[in-house]
Structure formats: structure tokens, C-alpha cells
Design a protein around this ligand. Sequence first.
Ligand SMILES: NC(=O)c1ccc[n+]([C@@H]2O[C@H](COP(=O)([O-])OP(=O)(O)OC[C@H]3O[C@@H](n4cnc5c(N)ncnc54)[C@H](OP(=O)(O)O)[C@@H]3O)[C@@H](O)[C@H]2O)c1
Length: 339
Amino acid sequence: MGPKLFLTGGTGYIGGSVLHTIVTSHPEYDVTVLLRNVPTSFSDRYPNVKIVRGDFDSFDTLAQAASEADVVVRCGSSNHEASLDALIAGLLRRSTPGFLIHLSGTGIVSDYYVEDQLGRLNPKVWSDLHDVDTISSLPDYALHRNTEKILFDAIAEHGDKVNIAIMCPPGIYGKGLGPGKTKSAFVPCLVNEAKKYGRVFYYNEGANTSSWVHIQDLMQVYLRVIEAAAAGGEGATWGKEGYYFTGSQEVAHIDIVKAAGDILKKHGVIENPKPIQIDLKTLDGMLPHPRFPYLARYMFAANSRTRPERAKKLFGYSPSGPGLLESLEEDILVELESS
Ligand SMILES: NC(=O)c1ccc[n+]([C@@H]2O[C@H](COP(=O)([O-])OP(=O)(O)OC[C@H]3O[C@@H](n4cnc5c(N)ncnc54)[C@H](OP(=O)(O)O)[C@@H]3O)[C@@H](O)[C@H]2O)c1
């Protein structure tokens, strides 16, 4: 029997893609997933994957499954603290060091909270080789900082007992590979606000720029880190320096909305394809969210520029998927057909 893996978030866009990638690349791995709802065709599609029923608040279930796994791949909500605590507690029960591969996101380095920066290009490009000290001490209001703090504390306290890697993808696009959700977050948000507003839009200069990655390129990096863990760790970096950006390109918001405007016009969703400048009040009225009032600033007006230097150095990471703008029409059509 191969190494034992335990994965959470297996019905999600990212976690489902990771599950599919692991199972198809390594049928010899002994894979268990946490599911709160089991998709109807799950066991037909993945007959050898074991299911543990529970949710992210099922502390004992998570801790027990983690204690029995060599490698825990934590997908699903990046911000859920209790589930992360449970998985770490479980891994610490093992007699030999296990591995935890945690899903974070480049929201951690987003400048969405700096009002003067919104809609303008921020010159800062973050490196996962040279900026980890800064990233590991960002203020508490940085996105995903709550869980990254737990991870960096665990590394400081138990780095000899558990090997931790933090996967930090930027905005992801392209069709997911898994058994549940196959759509990412950004395109549905943009399309729905453009439909409501009747136009595509930008704030300030629209020059805010973020990194992006196609889901299949992200899977290249996941696979290499998981394979390294399954083989005992060699070939990847763990602990504080085990931090992985994965972006394959940077795109300015204005270029996304220019392309989206043409696509939405072509498919009869809006009449005028030209992006229109909006004011801050209009921006803040978009994407209402109970726990994140600045979601629209984050999605449409912030910068988050990152380079995947570690994956390039360790694995020769060479993204080959279509670019965001090449994939945009297909992703928009998927959204239009399902909404
Ligand atoms: N998509 C992106 O572009 C992107 C980029 C970087 C980082 N991220 C971060 O990555 C995380 C996952 O993103 P995603 O796009 O994969 O999300 P998603 O498609 O919504 O998937 C969420 C997954 O987590 C599971 N889940 C959520 N709450 C749960 C709970 N309380 N108990 C058990 N399972 C639970 C869901 O299960 P059910 O099927 O049962 O609901 C699903 O499997 C998010 O925190 C996001 O901020 C996303």
C-alpha cells in the first residue's frame, strides 16, 4: 500500500482539482477525503478513495484522520481556524513527523486596505524566496493571516514534528477537475456585477494588477509538493521557507475588463463593451459580504503581484496553460450558462 493521504475540501474548486490530480497521477496512494456532503457519483468516479463524514468543526474526526495520515492536504476554506488546529493536533499524535500542505492565497499580500493604492499599479512584486520573513509577520488584518499565523507558530514550536508547506496561489481560472465545484471565484463576481451595472467597470486608473494561474498549472506545483511529501520530504522545502507562490502571469484589471466587455457584448449581456470608471461608493456597493465589507475593493481594485520563484527553482515549474485572457471567454460562457 502507498503513502496515506488525507484531504479536506475535496468537493471544492481547488481541493477537487487536487483530489483528481492525486488519484489520477498516483492510483497507488491510499487516499481518504473529508466530506460533509457526498456527491452522488463520487464513489463511481473515485472507487478507491475512502470517505470520512464530517465538517470543518468536527475536531475529533479531523484530528483522528490526520493522526492516521502520512500527508494531510488541507484545501477548502483557507481561513477556518478550528479545522487547522485539529489537523495539526492530529499530526502531532504521530510517532514520526507527518506532512501538512495548507491552502492559503495571495490575498495575504493584497493592498486592498490602502485606499490611495486602489486602482493604481503597486510596484511591489512579492517573492516566495526573499519575502517570507515579511509575509510571516504581516499585520492581523491581512487576508488569511489568521491561519498563516497558526502555521508559522506551529512551525516555530513543532517544526521537528510536523513538516508544513503553505501553497499560496493567486487568482485561479479555468475549469476545475474535481467532483464538485468546477468554477473559480473571480469571473462569476465580475459577470454578475457587470450584469447588474450594465457595463464593465474599473476604479481610478484600473491599473491595479494581480497575478493569475490556470488551475492545471497550479496542479503542477501541488503534485510536486505532494509527491515530495509522500516520498519523505526530499525535493521540496518545508517549514518557514516552505512557502509557494504559483502565479504564471500578471494582468492589469483594465485589460481584464476590456476583454470581458467585448465578450459580454458579443453574447448579448451588455450593450456597451467599453469599461466605465466608477467611484468608490459604487465600488463599495458591489459584492456585499457579511464578513468582508471590502470584497469589491479586493476583487476589482487591489494589487497582488507575486512570483513563483521557489517552484521554479525546486521543480523547474514552467506554466503551460492558457493565459487568463485566452481562457476568459470560456470561463464567462460557463458562468452565463449556469446563472
Ligand atoms: N479560487 C481562487 O481563485 C482562490 C485563489 C487563492 C485562494 N483561494 C482560497 O482557497 C479556498 C478554497 O477556494 P475554492 O475556490 O476551492 O473554494 P470552493 O470551491 O468554495 O470549495 C470549498 C470547499 O471547502 C468545503 N467546505 C467549506 N466549508 C466547509 C465546512 N464548514 N466543513 C466541511 N467542508 C467545508 C466545501 O465543501 P462543500 O462542497 O460541502 O460545500 C468545498 O469542498 C478559499 O478560502 C479561497 O479564499 C481561492
